[in-house]
Design a protein around this ligand. Structure first.
Ligand SMILES: Cc1ncc(COP(=O)(O)O)c(C=O)c1O
Length: 344
């Protein structure tokens, strides 16, 4: 099987991995450093990460028992698959979507069923029904806003998929890595009797990709099972501290989301003047398809001008497409200048 490939090239403008273009708020690093100085380094970290889980839960009106935290949402998703899927079991994804859902499924020995999205990349409920009825997947993934297309699932879509998954005895995982950008969160559908989990990350809008921290909001019976499977002491003391301190800066994080949404609007408006197709996005990135140009050539032309975006041009159904992370206004202006030159 192929591994995870996303070239990291040393360039001036990095718009390829949907990180926050700004560092965390002033005072954050100092507060983390203070916590780190107080760590008992000869002791294992607190195994259950109780304070972190309780603080995350409180921001959603949930209890510690309904939160599972791990080293990035990728580790969260891997633990979910190790626990509820694996050899002899089935997961379902709807393409094009986040490649790690099917990759982690394969890594855990899970059989992956790849359903298709509609032409506009929205979820096609008839296709979900077909997949769920024919394969009765143990874990079904949705991703909203969806990476790499930016499409946000409507509340009705998520509710309808949840009903189907419930009917077949599976578990629905809604990956909300970019959920801060969306008006609706599946978190409001969580309850103890519903087979629904929602994953989120500190890596994107929360400006903490370096820390590797993600979490899952779920009924407590799901979290109890995940705790049995995950490695003991998997979440180190520094990460727990960083994740807890970050929650003191919720207002600054919400301001950041607002600024990025405004900047996304400006970027999309400027992109509309260029010879390319641009998809409406509910995330901190946009998907484009340059007209009359091969995606690889445009990607290389941007790299030659020290701008790195994600090349999706060889991915199924994304022929010629590039995904651009929203940067600072200065970074986005450099991207626009480079793109204008390459497409001229
Ligand atoms: C949809 C989605 N889910 C999960 C992740 C993984 O995030 P992390 O492991 O950094 O929390 C990403 C990162 O690109 C993503 O796009």
């Amino acid at each position: 099987m192929a591994g995870y490939h996303s070239p990291q090239i040393d360039v001036a403008v990095r718009l390829n991995t949907n990180e926050s273009p700004e560092p965390p708020p002033a005072g954050f690093a100092e507060a983390v450093a203070e916590g780190v100085l107080a760590i008992d380094w000869h002791r294992y970290p607190e195994r259950a990460a109780s304070e972190l889980r309780a603080r995350i839960g409180a921001t959603y009106g949930l209890s510690e028992a309904q939160v599972f935290a791990a080293n990035g949402s990728n580790e969260v998703l891997q633990t979910l698959l190790l626990t509820f899927a694996g050899p002899g079991r089935v997961s379902a994804v709807f393409e094009p979507t986040y490649a790690l859902h099917s990759h982690l499924s394969r890594v855990t020995g899970t059989t992956v069923i790849q359903g298709e999205r509609a032409d506009d990349f929205s979820i096609d409920l008839a296709e979900v029904e077909r997949v769920v009825t024919d394969h009765e997947p143990d874990v079904v993934f949705l991703c909203s806003p969806n990476n790499p297309t930016g499409v946000v699932d409507t509340p009705d879509t998520i509710r309808a998929v949840l009903e189907m998954v419930k009917g077949s005895g599976g578990l629905l995982c809604v990956d909300e890595a970019y959920g801060q950008f969306s008006d609706f969160s599946a978190v409001e559908l969580l309850d103890e009797g519903t087979p629904l989990v929602v994953s989120r990350t500190y890596s994107k809008t929360w400006a903490m990709a370096a820390a590797r921290l993600g979490y899952l909001l779920a009924p407590d019976w799901v979290v109890r099972e995940l705790d049995k499977v995950v490695l003991p002491y998997h979440l180190d003391a520094m990460t727990q501290i960083a994740g807890t301190v970050a929650l003191d800066y919720l207002d600054a994080m919400h301001d950041r989301v607002e600024r990025l949404v405004e900047e996304r609007g400006r970027l999309v408006e400027r992109l509309a003047d260029l010879p390319l197709e641009v998809w409406p996005s509910g995330a901190n990135f946009v998907l484009i398809r340059p007209a009359n140009h091969d995606g690889n050539t445009v990607w290389q032309g941007l790299v030659d001008r020290s701008v790195l975006v994600r090349n999706c041009s060889t991915w199924p159904r994304l022929d010629g497409c590039l995904r651009i992370t929203i940067g600072t206004p200065e970074e986005d202006d450099r991207l626009l200048d480079a793109l204008t030159e390459v497409l001229a």
